[in-house]
Design a protein around this ligand. Structure first.
Ligand code: TXA
Ligand code: MG
Length: 319
């Protein structure tokens, strides 16, 4: 795997490989994506194959301009207001797809498409150089914790399916983008993220609904809403307040007197943004260590980005 830096000449080389149909991982403000030309069916199928991702679970098309978004999706007034308010940024919009643009593999045959403009200069330059939207799911094996550093990507893809990774250091936010469905009457959150329902509601002055888990019949609105997800191979035990088992490592939040062989504190000062930034790296680090047989996690307040943190932890703890 080639290790690219963030200077222009490296980004141009990386774009050339994407144009040739190869896979390149790159940082966004949320997590590292596994990028492919969104208009190239063979390249996009390669992404599904490399991740071991079911082909019914569509990918996000990443754009570097509003014009590029308009070339693939119908953008009505409501969508344009959201774009003006939150792009570039960690908000993915589900919109009606325009025909003959991104390939069918990307949208898993749906007539809608997920579009986002990442707030990361490396990502934006890479898309701009490539000149087409870039399909990019998280650069990890399907179901595992998401990568927030280039070394996490290398660890997941040790074969030659991925041609390279652009190193941009630890990603700023650390959790995936919020997914908002704009094809229903009220905007509906399909995946929690850094931008909350409250943020959107306050700025859009419109009711925002949530549908982030399968309904009673087991039907999912977003095919990625499968319950077990983001999971390390070690069992994860949540809301641990009083006792850590002797063989468990501890993920702490805030000051604690809990004792464990190994403690990673997501944020000693109880800062939820800092905790989000550190969450996946902590899960991956503990999972690599053969010394423990489980991960205990202290309670995390369920407000602001804490909602997204708890959603990831809950899915990671399902066996
Ligand atoms: O922060 C992010 O969004 C990262 C970075 C790399 O941009 N990407 C990411 O991609 O998390 P991925 O593939 O791991 O998650 C995409 C989610 C999946 O849950 C998928 O089901 C949903 O978006 N999705 C994609 N297209 C959709 C569509 N047309 N309708 C409903 N859900 C869709
Ligand atoms: Mg993912």
């Amino acid at each position: 795997m080639i290790f690219f830096g963030k200077d222009n000449s490296d980004l141009i080389k990386a774009s050339k490989l994407i144009k040739k149909g190869e896979l390149i991982s790159f940082p966004t403000e949320t997590i590292y994506g596994l990028g492919a030309d969104a208009t190239n069916e063979t390249a996009v199928r390669r992404v599904f194959h490399a991740k071991g991702r079911p082909n019914f679970n569509p990918l996000i098309a990443h754009v570097s301009s509003i014009e590029m978004a308009q070339s693939i999706a119908e953008i009505d007034d409501r969508a344009m207001r959201l774009i003006m308010l939150f792009w570039p940024g960690p908000l993915t919009l589900i919109l009606k797809k325009k025909p003959n643009t991104v390939c069918d593999a990307l949208t898993a045959g749906l007539d809608t498409v997920a579009v986002r403009m990442p707030a990361n200069d490396i990502a934006l330059k890479l898309i701009e150089n490539t000149g087409v939207p870039i399909a990019a799911p998280s650069a990890n094996k399907s179901g595992c914790p998401s990568p927030t550093e280039a070394k996490h990507v290398i660890r997941s893809f040790d074969n030659d399916m991925v041609s390279g990774v652009v190193n941009g250091g630890r990603t700023k936010i650390g959790l995936e983008s919020t997914i908002l469905d704009l094809t229903s009457e009220n905007p509906t959150i399909l995946r929690h993220g850094f931008i909350t329902a409250e943020d959107i509601q306050n700025k859009l002055l419109m009711k925002v609904e949530e549908s982030t888990t399968p309904d009673k019949k087991g039907k999912v609105k977003s095919p990625g809403q499968l319950l077990r997800h983001y999971a390390p191979s070690l069992p994860v035990r949540l809301n641990v307040r009083y006792h850590v088992k002797s063989n468990e490592a501890l993920i702490a939040f805030g000051k604690t007197r809990l004792k464990a062989k190994k403690v990673i504190n997501l944020s000693p000062t109880k800062n939820l943004k800092e905790a989000a930034h550190n969450l996946f790296a902590a899960l991956i680090e503990l999972d690599e260590d053969a010394l423990y047989s489980g991960i205990a996690v202290m309670p995390i307040p369920n407000k602001g980005i804490g909602v997204a943190i708890n959603d990831k932890l809950k899915r990671a703890s399902i066996k």
